[in-house]
Design a protein around this ligand. Structure first.
Ligand code: COI
Length: 376
């Protein structure tokens, strides 16, 4: 019988050479790693093997392993936070596990019991809890990854896989911190398409997106805004979901808009958190919160009428990333910011709603779960 993933079987080998915490001002996103990693092997024959927490280190794989040739790879990104009473919490890990299982199923890698992986990640964090940075904007980025490890060049279903988790103390995603970015609207390259895998967190979705970003950067833009189809629907920004806010000049009513989950949009956990909080907290007399198709033409036309209020990207790494300008057809669409500030009022509000929950200043259902305690 194929064994299920079982956290109670974990084997822990401690790193005998523990590192010192990196000072917050030296943290560059995803460049520093903690002392331990979690690794679990899977075979079709036996199922999930004994989970191992061990010193962070290299993997050894056959050069013909299917991950290297046919992109049998998926990943997740979630974060753990240090609360004011020195506990370590994970934010909405259940959502990431759900999405990780969907990604795995789509590329014929094994699925697993979400709760068991959450428990194992908790045990991994417990080992390295003193390396979780303190302070607003700082956290422990958690990178669960799964790869197909079957050797041989035949294209087929992997019969061997490795699920591993590494963790990285991080500060702000962009070197510039919470600073509004300039985007170039890209319609000559497509991030995702109907019937494709744009809603799954596969490594293969990311590599082809770099070149258009470099091309946008050559023209002075930090990121690109992904458009889709002849209508030029707005889909995502860089590696993030994206939100726009409009104000109808006739009625005065405002709308917060993001693209619907039609299979071409990543099911972002931050996207879902923004929508949930906006629906709970914004006054419905003043705001409508919509998941609908909208186009760059609508944004350009409404900006010209003074109806574009603000825009921001949302993702685990940056949480929210304000937008100040969008290059489109040789012109720059200006997105208003608060005077002298780097974001609009709603963007700032959303960022603080989410941070309050992540850093344990506010409670929101079961979004935050304690996984380690620095007082013990
Ligand atoms: C995120 O916004 O969390 C991302 O997906 C970026 C990540 C690939 C570094």
């Amino acid at each position: 019988m194929s064994a299920p993933l079982d956290a109670s079987k974990v084997k822990i080998t401690k790193n005998t050479n523990p590192s010192k915490p990196t000072p917050n001002d030296k943290l560059v996103f995803g460049q520093t790693f903690t002392d331990h990693m979690l690794a679990i092997e899977w075979t079709k024959e036996k199922g999930w093997d004994v989970p191992e927490i061990k010193p962070y280190g290299n993997l050894s794989l056959d050069p013909s392993a299917c991950v290297f040739h046919y992109a049998f790879e998926l990943f997740e990104g979630l974060k753990a936070y240090r609360t004011p009473d020195n506990k370590i919490t994970m934010f909405r890990a259940d959502k990431n596990m759900e999405r990780m299982n969907k990604s795995a199923a789509r590329i014929c890698l094994p699925t697993f019991e979400s709760e068991e992986l959450i428990k194992l990640i908790g045990k991994l964090i417990e080992q390295d809890k003193r390396l979780v940075p303190e302070g607003q904007g700082y956290s422990l980025y958690i990178r669960p990854t799964m790869i197909g490890t079957t050797s041989g060049l035949g294209v087929g279903t992997p019969n061997k896989a490795l699920l591993y988790v590494i963790t990285s103390p991080v500060g702000p995603y962009y070197k510039t911190g919470f600073k509004a970015v300039k985007l170039e609207a890209t319609d000559y390259a497509t991030r995702a398409w109907p019937g494709g895998v744009g809603d799954k967190k596969l490594g293969a979705n990311y590599a082809p997106c770099i070149l258009p970003q470099l091309q946008a950067a050559e023209r002075g833009y930090q990121q690109n805004l992904w458009l889709f189809g002849p209508e030029k629907n707005i889909t995502e920004v860089g590696t993030m979901n994206v939100f726009f806010a409009f104000k109808d000049s006739a009625t005065g009513k405002k709308e917060l808009v993001t693209a619907p989950l039609d299979g071409t949009i990543l099911e972002g956990v931050t996207r879902d958190s923004v929508l949930t909080l906006a629906r709970e907290k914004l006054d419905p007399e003043e705001w409508t919160v919509s998941e609908r198709y909208y186009t760059i033409t609508e944004v350009a036309e409404r900006a010209a009428k003074g109806e574009l209020v603000e825009a921001f990207g949302s993702g685990t790494a940056a949480v929210v990333s304000p937008i100040k300008e969008i290059g489109w057809q040789g012109k720059d669409i200006q997105v208003p910011l608060l005077p002298g500030e780097q974001s609009g009022a709603l963007t700032k509000q959303v960022a603080s709603w989410i941070a309050d929950i992540q850093y344990g200043r506010e409670k929101h259902g079961n979004w935050s779960k304690v996984v380690a305690d620095l007082n013990n």
